[in-house]
Write a protein that binds this ligand. Structure first.
Ligand code: HEC
Length: 296
């Protein structure tokens, strides 16, 4: 009996803290500046998460700039991580340029990430050119890759967003060029190339004469063939725009990283980044022909 009486003041002392915490998240969500100030004055934690996100995240997400300003002035951490990412991701996600600028001015990281995707990728996906510009001007990495290897330029090109793509290209995009491999083909291991093809390419590409189109075009006779020229295939603009036949060096460049060297490509795979494996695969592709093109 005496024990339980002792607990009562502890319980009472606890209740106000819990309810302030709830107050401040609701107030932030509603953009209620007075209620936010009152909750803070009563001792609510400014960077406290309600289990999902901080008050600043909610204010930004709902587009309440005055509430966001107040929270930042009262010491909210603009880079606080939440289950939904930092506040900057909320601003980009709803395409709110004024809130995005506010956060960047107050020190938010332009390379903020959520779920393996950078803020710049989200801005490109939403086709928000102003957001892209704000992020790049604040130092966002234009060559950043998502977990599955997509660059902002690849996303822009895949979606036909010419203005965004041009902006990125004139602001530091690097299109990698692998070292030449032609002279290494003579000593390549064609059997290893065939094995590699079986586990990495087969599911999307037929390699027999007259084989049907799968997700990707038939690769019989691909070396020396006009690029993007198979009748039954709907190619990307990226590949259609690459003139000429497939030379060994063009295959080298393409397969080094299709999304990196040929942004906008429909083959959204890592390609064959390892040089030795790439040389083996290209040497194998050469054999897919009645009359293989001579080795250099
Ligand atoms: C997930 C499916 C997929 C995988 C896996 C894949 N590709 Fe592709 N590939 C495609 C698609 C789709 C295209 C057409 C690309 C475009 O139009 O942008 C393509 C195009 C190509 C082309 C150009 C052909 C032409 O007609 O111009 C070559 C060469 C190629 N792939 C080689 C490979 C090799 C080698 C591998 C394995 C290392 C591979 N691909 C793995 C889907 C795939």
């Amino acid at each position: 009996m005496r024990m339980s009486l002792l607990f009562i003041p502890l319980l009472l002392a606890h209740i106000p803290i819990v309810s302030h915490a709830a107050d401040i998240h609701d107030a932030a969500m509603n953009g209620d500046v007075a209620a936010i100030a009152a909750a803070l004055d009563a001792g609510a934690g400014i960077n406290e998460s309600d289990g999902t996100a901080t008050p600043l995240y909610f204010a930004v997400w709902m587009g309440h700039i005055e509430a966001a300003k107040l929270l930042i002035e009262r010491g909210a951490d603009v880079n606080a991580q939440t289950a939904l990412g930092p506040p900057l991701m909320a601003a980009v996600g709803v395409g709110k340029i004024d809130l995005l600028n506010l956060l960047l001015e107050r020190g938010a990281d332009p390379n903020s990430v959520r779920g393996g995707e950078f803020a710049l990728h989200v801005a490109v996906t939403l086709d928000c050119l102003d957001c892209v510009k704000a992020l790049v001007e604040a130092g966002a990495d234009v060559n950043a890759k998502t977990m599955d290897g997509k660059t902002p330029l690849h996303l822009a090109k895949s979606r036909g967003q010419r203005e965004v793509a041009d902006y990125l290209l004139s602001h530091g995009v690097v299109l990698p060029t692998p070292a030449p491999i032609s002279m290494k083909l003579a000593s390549a291991d064609v059997e290893k190339g065939r094995t590699y093809f079986t586990h990495a390419c087969d599911r999307c590409h037929n390699a027999e004469p007259k084989g049907v189109t799968k997700t990707g075009p038939n690769l019989w006779s691909v070396v020396g063939r006009d690029k993007a020229s198979m009748a039954n295939m709907r190619y990307s603009d990226a590949l259609l725009g690459w003139e000429g036949v497939w030379t060994y060096e063009d295959l080298n460049r393409y397969l080094f990283g299709p999304m990196l060297t040929t942004p906008g490509v429909k083959m959204e795979t890592p390609g064959v980044p390892d040089e030795t494996e790439r040389v083996n695969v290209i040497a194998y592709l050469r054999t897919l022909s009645d009359k293989p093109i001579p080795l250099p």
